[in-house]
Ligand binder design. Sequence first.
Ligand code: ADP
Length: 344
Amino acid sequence: MRKNPSPGYIALLSALITTVIPVVILLIFQLDIWQTALIAIATFAGAFFISYYLLQIFIYRKIKLIFKVISRFKSQDDRIQELISKGDEDPLSAVSKEVYSWMLDNKRELDQLKEQANFRREFLGNVSHELKTPIFSIQGYIHTLLDGALEDKAVNRKFLKKASRSTDRLVELVQELTSISELQSGKFELDIKKFDIYELVREVYELLEDLADEKQIKLEFKKHSNKAVFVKGDRKKISQVITNLVVNAIKYGAREGVVLTGFYEMDKNLLIEISDDGEGIAAEHLPRLFERFYRVDRHRSREEGGSGLGLAIVKHIIEAHQQTINVRSTIGKGTTFGFTLPRA
Ligand code: ADP
């Protein structure tokens, strides 16, 4: 007897057993040998087909029931037929394999859902925490003004300016959150065109001149990177990437330091690097740097007006271009962010 008999094998065995009994009886009664042979063949064939058919129905029903439980699709008939007619494996062990893989899929899905639920909870907590600071500050200044400070010429403008700055901060935060949710939804379309990235960095440098001047930081290009270089990408979105990276280089860069941009040709891509000579980032923070709301120094980032969303936005944009971004840093020496874009 085989370990894993197929329905055909079981039908064959039961047909043989069924045939033996009438043949023995006929031989005892010494019927004509031809008549005996004919009856034996007929019995064998009948028994074989009936048992085969019944087994098929039995197995099919059982499997169908299992499939009904594990399947999301209405009709699994083709898949069941395929399993039953597999010659090299009995259908029940094929089904048990199928059930096992279904269980693994389910477990994976469940883990993913748990992770997403955790992530949502954390995200919501972070968002409300970030919103709280400017909102409470605005509320505080308005109440103080209403309680009398409005008439006090020494402080009224100062308080209003502070409340206004917090409003700007709030708007910035909401804009960043909108960017993140738009980028995450994957619904936006990139407007891929050929453009000169050297020109784009110069534009960003010009816009950030005042911010850099506050810390007497120079915004410059590396040697040999002082010329037009064409890439393919969404110019507006890449402008946001460069702005975020240069703003960070200024925010966390050294006073009287220098921010440098360099371009390096790599096969089909261009590597764009933006570096500063600031405080640097310890190695243990680097793997998590691009996560939403991740900040090395929460207090320092807040002082600089940071939300911890800038690098997450940068990463989303670069990944939407199917390119990569990386960071290297040495404490006390500075940080370099590098990303690639296809050369045009
Ligand atoms: P933030 O709004 O806080 O600047 P980002 O997402 O832009 O948020 O950056 C995340 C964190 O990474 C920052 O809080 C800062 O600690 C660190 N960081 C980013 N860029 C630099 C840099 N050039 N030098 C040192 N630290 C940096």
